[in-house]
Design a protein around this ligand. Structure first.
Ligand SMILES: [Fe+2]
Length: 383
């Protein structure tokens, strides 16, 4: 129990670390600042050098290494070990690329490495060339520190957010959607990958999709939804029995089950996502995995005028599943503000419901939600 409370306290600490204090105060004399300027990050190495390196956790003791090369002859291969410059293991993976109108991506590599030891620093090199990177695996048991941030973008404010997060020495980053704000401008995906590389190559970044991951169609030409996101940010959906990269789950520290839902995937009772969620929740043994956390993009509870009601259809479809499974916390983004509700179910305070937290103030180019809060008739909404 002590370790569980320690975990919970650290989750909350991580949340507060993410909230730059002068950005969340709601006081009559306070004027919220406008959005920060976009930071464009340019590629400066040779075409054979791996770039946009980021890692994500796969199963209990593996990591997926994703990187991009301009040179298509570079293999999908990662060498790794526990001593800098000495790689005693190597793994191979696969690669893909995509086109978006007149843009063609670089060669996108995904390599799964392991088995890895918990709470251990590993050094690695991608493609047999280029710079050495390192990451630390998550601990095998509690306590664990999550960094949770949504709607990140790539601005001066994002820079501040990431510097703030890095000071926490977190174990795993959870991002409930809206990553690059590329919105169809594919060069911004590349810039974003370079922008976050020093952070996302050193700790697992686990993400789900937001509305800004949808790519727009032009001139009535249809494109594959989430094409850039799915190619660039492969998450462990197959390992969790999901049929889509848009919803998946994973375990951390042997005691936390994290479910990433897709606000922009079908969620009705006949949908793949709904059936997968029901199946996934049924597998969780709370005596083994006491903590159950869900992330999604469009919040189900939101008193801000911004995006009001956009998560309501999904809430009506899926809330009973989360309530029945006694989910502890539901994080959302989308609304560029911080808000935390008391435990709640079907719009009524309920000690068996999850705590709902909106954490969409990561620093993107749209700035903070500036609309007023709506009045709620339920005084027990907030903790
Ligand atoms: Fe959003």
């Amino acid at each position: 129990m002590t370790s569980s409370w320690t975990f919970f306290a650290q989750v909350l600490t991580a949340i507060f670390l993410l909230c730059v204090s002068n950005r969340i105060a709601v006081a009559s004399e306070y004027t919220r600042p406008g959005p920060g300027r976009i930071v464009l990050t340019k590629y400066k190495l040779s075409g054979s050098s791996p770039q946009q390196v980021h890692v994500s956790a796969v199963e209990a003791n593996h990591m997926n290494i994703a990187y991009i090369t301009i040179d298509s002859s570079i293999p999908s291969k990662v060498e790794f070990g526990k001593v800098s410059g000495k790689y005693n293991a190597v793994a191979s993976g696969d690669s893909s690329h995509y086109t978006y109108f007149d843009y063609t991506s670089g060669k996108i590599h995904n390599v799964k490495i392991g088995p890895l030891e918990p709470d251990t620093l590993y050094y690695y090199r991608c493609g047999g060339a280029g710079n050495e990177f390192s990451f630390k695996t998550a601990p095998a048991s509690l306590p664990i520190v999550f960094a949770v941030v949504g709607d990140l973008g790539q601005t001066e404010d994002t820079t501040s957010t990431l510097k703030h997060i890095s000071k926490s020495n977190y174990d795993t980053l959870l991002l409930p959607g809206d990553l690059s704000y590329a919105d169809g401008t594919q060069s911004l995906w590349d810039s974003f990958g370079l922008f976050i590389q020093s952070y996302a190559s050193s700790r697992p970044w686990m993400v789900t999709e937001g509305n800004h991951e949808r790519e727009k169609s032009h001139d009535h030409q249809q494109i594959e939804p989430f094409i850039a996101y799915s190619h660039r940010w492969r998450m462990p959906y197959r390992e969790s029995g999901s049929t889509s990269n848009l919803h998946y789950s994973f375990d951390v520290a042997g005691a936390v089950h994290v479910i990433m839902l897709g606000s922009y995937a079908h969620f009705g009772p006949q949908s793949d996502q709904y059936k997968w969620l029901a199946s996934d929740l049924a597998k969780v043994d709370r005596s083994v995995t006491p903590w159950l956390i869900v992330l999604l993009h469009a919040p189900w509870y939101n008193t801000n005028e911004a995006h009001q009601g956009e998560g309501e259809d999904m809430r009506k479809a899926m809330e009973a599943l989360l309530y029945g499974a006694r989910v502890d916390i539901v994080y959302a983004g989308h609304v560029h503000a911080y808000e935390r509700f008391t435990r709640i179910y079907n719009n009524v305070a309920d000690s068996c419901g999850p705590v709902y937290i909106t954490i969409g103030d990561g620093g993107n180019r749209e700035g903070l939600a500036l609309e007023d809060f709506i009045l709620t008739t339920n005084p027990h909404f907030f903790s």
